[in-house]
Design a protein around this ligand. Structure first.
Ligand SMILES: [Zn+2]
Length: 52
């Protein structure tokens, strides 16, 4: 089942698994929200995952 994680800005990180979706959001945060890197943990992201 595909997963999505919604960023606070509305960006959707998508993946075939929650791990892939978390990786997509981490890359997005590094690019667009560098201030959040290190504050939002991978566990936080995984907890935010929803069914795509
Ligand atoms: Zn964002």
């Amino acid at each position: 089942m595909a997963k999505v994680i919604r960023c606070q800005c509305g960006f959707l990180g998508r993946g075939a698994s929650v791990e892939q979706a978390a990786t997509a959001i981490e890359a997005h945060m590094r690019a667009d929200h560098p201030e959040l890197v290190g504050k939002v943990t991978r566990e936080d992201l995984i907890a935010m995952a929803e069914e795509a």
